[in-house]
Design a protein around this ligand. Structure first.
Ligand code: UDX
Length: 434
């Protein structure tokens, strides 16, 4: 058993804390936001993640997981302190803003006792480990510690699944002592996944290079989908045929409205900025960023086109989260597409099974909000699926046909069976086939 402190209780920190407690470690999570910690201490989760609640309650009850706003309480006995605070894009430069990482490093430093590993879980630019090391040293000249890069590859919505089924664990450490301590922490996964021990700077780069590659893969399949729409091919067949080549792989070949979320947009931008900083051209990444943005605007236009004959008609939006299985709307393609549509229509009614509250905080009163698919679609001119929620796979088409003003569906997540939708009397558009 190890004592672990986790700084930051967001989408990375909280599932990681719960997961490490479940593996038998004593975990204390610390966050500056008092309201969050109060809620967690009352047994209330502060974000939605499949499977999180049960493990959270179990480990709190067992005394393996606790929450505090006090850095000293969290850090003083810890063997490992993990930094899992946000690294949002800087509003002007789009570089990763490291102010929370640096502040956390300065704040925790005085409370380190004994040998401690300070591990960065947040996605941070190359060289951040060096900076964190310097900050800790400056704030506690006697501290016995090492700074390690420990990138996190959890997907939102699948964080608990991914935590217990990692593809690889990457440890970027410059000292054997730190490396061995992390190997020990992750020993329950020995034999189940690859362990990769590398230089700290390589580890920092692996995270960005992986996310940028995945974003590029999505952009590529979206381009192929555009091509299929024009050429008469079917993207489902094309993606399947490509994915059967094990060098390409089946995953991340689903075309859609463009990628979003708290990671891909931020990390591709940060990687592009790093390329500039080091004077290397990262053209593929820069093109991916620009084309993904342009795609979202085009998708908004595509919907507007469907109401051309009745521009006052109501647009029903199904799905606001950046993908299914999460309530997160950060950089959600749905939100950007809605913003594009708002330029042409003030009659948009939106629904999402989990993300309404988060979307409201962004869209305010520019759209109206529905509590169900039916409420959103009533009298609508067109219904647009923007997030792949399982519920949307089983829409009651006969009922929708009755309540919509016009039976039209634009399915940007290719969720529905086109033949069935057309047979039910709808005009149906999807991505990557006619
Ligand atoms: C991503 C990485 O997958 C994860 O390893 C990293 O730790 C954090 O960033 P996440 O942002 O949770 O995870 O979402 P992900 O499932 O990767 O999807 C990102 C975006 O790409 C979503 O908008 C999703 O809808 C889109 N996407 C994904 C596609 O459009 N097509 C696909 O085939 C896959």
């Amino acid at each position: 058993m190890m004592k672990v402190a986790i700084v930051g209780t967001g989408y990375v920190g909280l599932p990681t804390g719960v997961g490490l407690a479940e593996l038998g470690n004593k975990v204390v999570c610390v966050d500056k936001i008092e309201d969050k910690i109060n809620r967690l201490n009352r047994g209330e989760l502060t974000l939605y993640e499949d499977g999180l609640e049960e493990l959270f309650k179990k480990n709190v009850a067992a005394g393996m997981l606790s929450f505090t706003t006090d850095m000293e309480t969290a850090v003083k006995d810890a063997d490992i302190v993990m930094l899992a605070v946000g690294t949002p894009p800087h509003p002007l430069t789009k570089e990763a803003d490291l102010k929370y990482i640096y502040a956390a490093a300065a704040e925790l430093a005085p409370f380190l006792t004994g040998y401690t590993v300070v591990a960065t879980k947040s996605t941070v630019p190359v060289g951040t480990g060096d900076e964190v090391e310097e900050i800790v040293r400056k704030n506690n000249s006697k501290a016995d510690f090492d700074v390690v890069s420990l990138p996190e590859f959890l997907r939102e919505g699948f964080a608990i699944h991914d935590f217990f089924n990692p593809d690889r664990i990457v440890i970027g450490a410059e000292s054997d002592k730190a490396r061995n301590m992390l190997l020990e922490l992750y020993r329950p996964f020995a034999g189940k996944c690859e362990f990769l021990c590398v230089k700290r700077r390589s580890s920092e780069t692996i995270k960005y290079a992986s996310n940028a590659f995945l974003a590029m893969k999505i952009h590529y399949i979206n381009e192929m989908a555009d091509f299929c729409e024009k050429s008469g091919a079917d993207i489902r067949e094309v993606a399947k045929g490509m994915g059967l080549d094990s060098r390409i792989g089946k995953k991340f070949l689903n075309p859609g409205p463009g990628y979003g979320g708290s990671c891909f947009p931020k990390d591709t931008n940060a990687m592009a900025q790093m390329g500039k900083k080091y004077g290397t051209r990262l053209n593929l990444i820069e093109t991916t960023i620009a084309e993904n943005d342009a795609r979202k605007a085009r998708m908004g236009q595509r919907v507007i086109e469907t109401i051309r004959e009745h521009p006052e008609g109501k647009i029903a939006v199904l799905g606001l989260a950046f993908k299914g299985g999460t309530d997160d709307c950060r950089e959600s393609p749905a939100i950007d597409i809605i913003k594009e549509m708002i330029r042409h229509s003030r009659n948009i009614r939106v629904y999402d099974p989990k993300a309404l509250a988060n979307a409201k905080a962004i869209l305010n009163n520019t759209v109206s909000y529905a509590e169900s698919v039916e409420e959103a679609c009533k009298d609508a001119e067109v219904a647009v699926i923007l997030t792949e929620w399982e519920d949307f796979r089983h829409l009651d088409l006969a009922r929708l046909k009755k309540i919509m003003r016009c039976p039209k569906i634009v399915d940007m997540r290719n969720m529905l069976c086109g033949e069935e939708v057309v047979a039910a009397g709808f005009d149906y558009q999807c991505i990557g086939r006619k």
